[in-house]
Design a protein around this ligand. Structure first.
Ligand code: ATP
Length: 132
């Protein structure tokens, strides 16, 4: 089976670099499955899981927005933050979810509201992935 390199990088560190058979992400326009020899493209990513199939294994990563660049020879994901399922601190994500919900209920200005919504999405994405 043919393969390609997948790299996931955040402003802080390189989170992931593996040879894969398939990558599935959620782009601005919905779910996107990438197989070897996919046409080059760049698109933004939603707060959603990234699924990578390799060697009969599946890796799941919580990504909090960013970009994906599909190149001829590799896929590069530049994420605002990203954690492997095994690296997610569930208690921290649950606490972040509660804080975000409290801020949404407090209904302050629009900017705070949007920030709380995004924080809630990140927390729920992490919770869903770590509980799978
Ligand atoms: P929190 O309020 O708990 O900090 P957050 O959504 O504001 O959550 P981010 O700004 O997305 O956090 O991430 C900041 C850093 O902390 C990143 O390096 C990210 O990978 C890491 N991180 C955030 N939440 C978790 C978690 N639940 N488990 C592991 N790492 C996390």
């Amino acid at each position: 089976m043919s393969t390609f390199l997948v790299e996931i990088v955040t402003p802080e560190r390189k989170v992931y670099a593996e040879t894969a058979n398939m990558v599935t992400v959620t782009g601005a326009e919905g779910s996107l499955g990438i197989l070897p020899n996919h046409i080059p493209l760049v698109t933004t990513l939603r707060i959603a899981p990234i699924t990578i199939k390799r060697d009969g294994k599946v890796d799941v990563i919580a990504a909090s927005g960013g970009f994906i660049e599909v190149r001829k020879d590799k896929v590069v994901i530049l994420a605002e933050s990203a954690e492997l399922a095994t690296g997610i601190d569930l208690a921290r994500a649950q606490a972040a979810k509660e804080r975000a919900q409290q801020r949404l209920n407090a209904k302050r200005d629009e900017i705070d509201y949007r920030r709380a919504e995004l924080s809630l999405q990140r927390a729920m994405n992490r919770i869903n992935i770590s509980q799978k």
